[in-house]
Design a protein around this ligand. Structure first.
Ligand code: FES
Length: 103
């Protein structure tokens, strides 16, 4: 379990981009979609690769390696070869600052 840590300012998260962070010992990815923030494990559940170069279309994230698609809001794998969901983290926005952690 990780405590809440700052990952930057709201303006640091342009829509469509996936940013990766190491928070304590966990690799976490953070995105912003239509003003809402989502944080999830930065590792594709197919072969454990970094998702920060992957393509985000709305809340659907497509892994660049073999095309698995995940919903970043629910973590659910929508298309394989990955079938396990992404672990999710909580995001708090306080003023212009963005924090990620586990409740
Ligand atoms: S590593 Fe992501 S789909 Fe294979």
């Amino acid at each position: 379990m990780i405590g809440f840590e700052s990952v930057g300012r709201v303006a640091d998260f342009p829509q469509g981009y996936v940013r990766g962070f190491k928070l304590q010992d966990e690799e976490v990815a953070v995105v912003q979609v239509d003003g809402r923030f989502y944080a999830f494990s930065n590792a594709c559940t197919h072969e454990d690769v970094d998702l920060a170069d992957s393509m985000l279309n709305g809340v659907e994230l497509a892994c660049v390696f073999h095309g698995s698609v995940f919903n970043v809001e629910t973590g659910k794998a929508l298309a394989g070869p990955a079938y396990k969901p992404l672990a999710l983290y909580s995001v708090r926005v306080e003023g212009e600052d963005v924090f990620v952690g586990e409740e």
